[in-house]
Design a protein around this ligand. Structure first.
Ligand code: OOG
Ligand code: NI
Length: 447
């Protein structure tokens, strides 16, 4: 890349900040939530310093302060294919395949995100991107209406399409082009108070499935939430009402633990917003909400299988409120080791290894011995992805209890990848590579 080009990581950083600023003006409660998360994170950091060498604090704190994910829902393969190019400009690649039809939601999804360690450190911005599956809409007439209204819209500005072509040609953007790209890209994610269909069509689609109406009735795939990362989700959940925000009842994901795993999430319910329809009638639509999350160590396939099994076991017994849900979850998850040493030795979670220069390494020592003597520190590799069961819980808390009529539980990764125009990256291979890279560096240092 020529020197005049701005790096993909910095374009992503600009974009995520512009998106956050836009969403704060669109949904003021999101701004309040950011403030609350900032305060709680500061408190946690005062009480427990980061478990990292001090020279790495500034980068870690910067990452924490910019860290967010967003979510959008697309209507067609063509939209997804162009969106993939838009995200590629920002170094965001499709990672993972999520089948939400299992939860009665007629979409399947991936997460666009940076993948290298360095890129994640600069700004780990991710966008959970869902694609509507019209084949799961049972009523043929409604299915046709959806496909028609989606085919008629262009969710990208003409200038954005020009900029994407320019980027392909040049292989990058200079400072001015990068700024213009960010401005144009933002337009795709903006909220539209005007629906592109009349009230009757909206209501028909709503009757099929709320999400179908959300995808098909607007000119663009408005960002439906942005999620900051907190270091103590239980505390934020508890404080939300004091800040005038009503959280959803249950915190999704694993229970609170000494060694946090995967990710825990909670949200506040979607706003009821005024909409003007194409036939000038007025109505309301609920789509946009707020969410927070706490991230822990990434699990191996073996660890993930154990997580899935315990989560299923816990779900067999429904609990009345969050406190009893969390107590019950903790009891079931007693079967999941809760110290880094066991998690690592049993191959349940991924770690990054680093030399501790204060303790000399003896020749010929293996990893366990080096760690036991403190010559090497095993640091959890953070989970950067999503959890389909949690996502389904968040979808459902916003969609209400009516699940809508869709055929459920048939993943179709092949169809998704065909629409995307490439294969999604397997998230486990990324974590494995991060761990292996750190081991290679370690042995190069020790030997
Ligand atoms: C996406 C929900 C998934 C998460 O954090 O699991 C998600 C949506 O509602 O479109 O964002
Ligand atoms: Ni989310």
């Amino acid at each position: 890349m020529g020197e005049r080009f701005i790096s993909a990581d910095h374009i992503r950083d600009r974009f995520s900040k512009a998106m956050s600023a836009m969403y704060q003006t669109e949904v003021p409660q999101y701004g309040t939530l950011l403030q609350l998360v900032r305060e709680v994170n500061q408190q946690v950091l005062q009480d427990t310093p980061l478990p990292l060498p001090t020279e790495e604090w500034p980068a870690a704190l910067n990452r924490l302060s910019v860290e967010r994910h967003g979510a959008i829902r697309l209507g067609s393969a063509a939209e997804l294919a162009t969106l993939r190019q838009l995200f590629a400009v920002m170094g965001m690649e499709p990672v993972g395949y999520y089948d939400l039809s299992a939860a009665g939601v007629p979409v399947h999804s991936t997460a666009f995100r940076p993948v290298s360690e360095q890129a994640l450190q600069i700004n780990p911005f991710r966008v959970f991107t869902s694609l509507l599956r019209p084949e799961l809409i049972e009523d043929p007439a409604l299915r046709q209406t959806v496909c028609e209204v989606v085919a008629q819209r262009d969710i990208f500005t003409p200038r954005l399409r020009e900029l994407l072509a320019l980027w392909q040609q040049q292989g990058g953007f200079d400072d001015g082009e990068a700024d213009e790209f960010v401005r144009q890209a933002l337009e795709t994610f903006r909220w539209h108070q005007q629906a592109s269909v009349d009230l009757a069509t909206y209501q028909a689609l709503l009757g099929q499935h709320r999400l179908v109406a959300d995808v098909a009735c607007f000119r663009g795939p408005h960002i439906n939430h942005l999620t900051p990362r907190t270091l103590d989700i239980d505390r934020v959940q508890q404080l939300m009402p004091e800040y005038g925000i009503t959280p959803k009842e249950i915190i999704e994901g694993p229970p609170r633990r000494r060694c946090p795993i995967l990710l825990r999430q909670t949200s506040f319910k979607a706003l009821n917003e005024e909409i003007y329809f194409a036939d000038r009638q007025q109505g309301t639509h609920t789509a946009r909400f707020g969410e927070i999350e706490q991230r822990g160590v990434a699990l191996t396939r073996k660890g993930r299988a154990l997580y899935d099994r315990l989560l299923l076991e816990a779900s067999l017994e429904k609990q009345a409120d969050n406190a009893s849900h969390q107590r019950h979850l903790s009891a079931v998850f007693a079967a999941f080791p809760d110290d880094d040493d066991t998690l690592r030795r049993e191959g349940l979670a991924w770690y990054r290894f680093r030399r501790n220069p204060q303790v000399p390494a003896e020749p010929g020592e293996d990893l366990d011995a080096l760690i036991a003597r403190g010559a090497v520190v095993a640091e959890p590799i953070i989970y950067e992805d999503f959890l389909p069961v949690s996502a389904a819980g968040i979808f459902q808390s916003n969609l209400g209890t009516d699940k809508g009529q869709v055929n459920s539980g048939n993943p179709s990764q092949g169809l998704f990848e065909q629409a995307l125009g490439r294969a999604v990256i397997d998230e486990f291979s990324l974590y494995q590579q991060l761990q292996q890279d750190s081991l290679d560096r370690l042995w190069a240092e020790v030997e």
